[in-house]
Design a protein around this ligand. Structure first.
Ligand SMILES: Cc1ncc(COP(=O)(O)O)c(C=O)c1O
Length: 435
């Protein structure tokens, strides 16, 4: 009933989005081009808002409704929307021409900046999306080790490529055994089982230092060092997918800076593209060398009409220059968001609302649950098993009605989120919880 009233109110406010949605469903499968962008309203006979513009931590839809944005372009916009330095860099490049399909100065500058931020990024390649980056990193691992199998975490999202898009949604039974195996994030016994059964066939283990879409769970104390030790001793490559975590908690790699673990290969994207499309894969020189044309034992790795696109390169450079200047501000951002998550959980506890906020540093998710959880979940499947998708749909719809926009509950805090944004979001959550 509540749901219907919300949707009716929402529909009244969003007539232009409705019209666009009616056109879109006839054109795109499910009306969308990324499965997650249904905004959880898909089972309520409604439609997502169409976003027209953004500035700082706020966005406006085509009907001029304003939202505090926590999604921040899939966590890419750590500096806020419409960042003036990124905008100027893009405008200057557009003046010179958009893309020539050749080499450009900015790709060299961006790679130098990335290498300065990440000590183990000895050699790298740029592509256009994170999904390509993880696919190529996997390909290189297979070439280097001459083994085929890869292991990832249950629920771990590494993009929509064929190599890694399996075991995505708990209970994971709907996915055929494909070309990879999975283990539970933070669970040694589960990892050990995969090692025992498949260790000798594994080319690589790919993992996010902090589990992202699978639940926003930080690693347990020595889980990452254990993975490092176990993979190294078995000649399995360790790939850190840092497409969310890279330059998110500090200026550089979360694996290296936060958890003191160095992988063989890493992937980057999102933040380092400054809001443009970018994927990066790189790491050890001997492994990356197999991508060099004509390398012995190598094979075709990379490509892409739009790889090292000048707009992505210039936006990335402009973003990294600013983030470098904010190195000392990362701890403050991480703390502000940690305090915020704690406050959200306090609201849930006080009202005995069946939800939990998880995350690390500036990442903040909210999961609606079938049963209340006493403490923070340790693994992604802990959340997966309890995740109440319908309740989350309702929660997100109500939040949007209160002028707060996010996916996975919320998303991430940016440097542009103000104290007022945080207070208003907490008020919105209070309103939803007591609804
Ligand atoms: C950890 C991780 N890896 C890879 C990807 C895929 O990146 P893209 O969407 O740019 O293909 C994502 C995207 O959400 C991600 O979160």
């Amino acid at each position: 009933m509540v749901k219907l009233m919300v949707i009716e109110k929402y529909k009244e406010r969003t007539p232009s989005s409705k019209k666009l949605w009616e056109r879109a469903v006839g054109l795109f499968c499910g009306g969308i081009n990324h499965n997650i962008r249904t905004f959880g309203l898909d089972n309520c006979d409604a439609y997502p808002p169409y976003i027209a513009r953004g500035d700082g931590s706020h966005i406006w839809d085509v009907d001029n409704n304003e939202y505090i944005d926590w999604w921040m372009t899939h966590y890419s916009q750590i500096l806020g929307h419409n960042n003036s330095a990124v905008r100027s860099a893009l405008a200057a490049q557009i003046e010179r021409g958009i893309h020539f399909g050749g080499l450009n100065e900015h790709m060299v500058s961006l790679a130098e900046k990335l290498r300065e931020g990440v000590s183990f990024l000895k050699k790298m390649r740029f592509c256009s999306t994170g999904a390509e980056a993880t696919m190529y990193a996997t390909r290189l691992a297979r070439l280097f080790t001459k083994k085929k199998l890869v292991a990832k975490t249950l629920g771990g999202w590494h993009g929509g490529n064929d190599a890694l898009a399996y075991h995505l949604q708990s209970p994971y039974t709907d996915e055929p055994y494909f070309n990879g195996v999975s283990f539970n994030f933070n669970e040694r016994a589960s990892f050990d089982k995969v090692m025992k059964e498949h260790g000798s066939d594994l080319a690589a283990v790919i993992i996010e230092p902090v589990l992202g879409a699978g639940g926003a769970v930080p690693p347990d104390n020595d889980f990452l060092p254990y993975l490092r030790e176990q993979t190294e001793s078995r000649d399995i490559l360790l790939i850190f997918d840092e497409i969310i975590t890279g330059f998110r908690f500090s200026y550089g790699s979360a694996g290296e800076n936060e958890f003191g673990v160095i992988p063989d290969l890493m992937t980057l994207g999102k933040i380092v593209g400054g809001g443009m499309h970018l994927g990066v894969y790189g790491g050890r020189e001997d492994i990356m060398g197999l991508a060099t044309p004509g390398a012995e034992g190598g094979r075709w790795v990379g490509g892409g009409t739009f790889s090292s696109h000048p707009l992505a390169m210039t936006a990335g450079c402009a973003a990294l220059d600013q983030l470098k200047g904010k190195k000392d501000e990362y701890p403050g951002l991480n703390k502000r968001c940690t305090d915020f998550r704690n406050e959200v959980n306090r609201i849930f506890d006080e009202s005995q609302y069946k939800a939990i906020s998880t995350g690390h540093g500036s990442l903040v998710y909210i999961h609606s649950l079938y049963n209340r959880m006493d403490g923070p979940p340790l693994t992604g499947t802990d959340i997966g098993k309890e995740l109440d998708h319908d309740a989350l749909d309702k929660f997100q719809s109500l939040l949007m009605q209160e002028g707060v926009y996010g996916y996975h509950g919320l998303g991430a805090m940016s440097f542009s989120h103000t104290k007022e944004d945080v207070e208003k979001t907490l008020d919105a959550i209070r309103a939803v919880v007591t609804n």
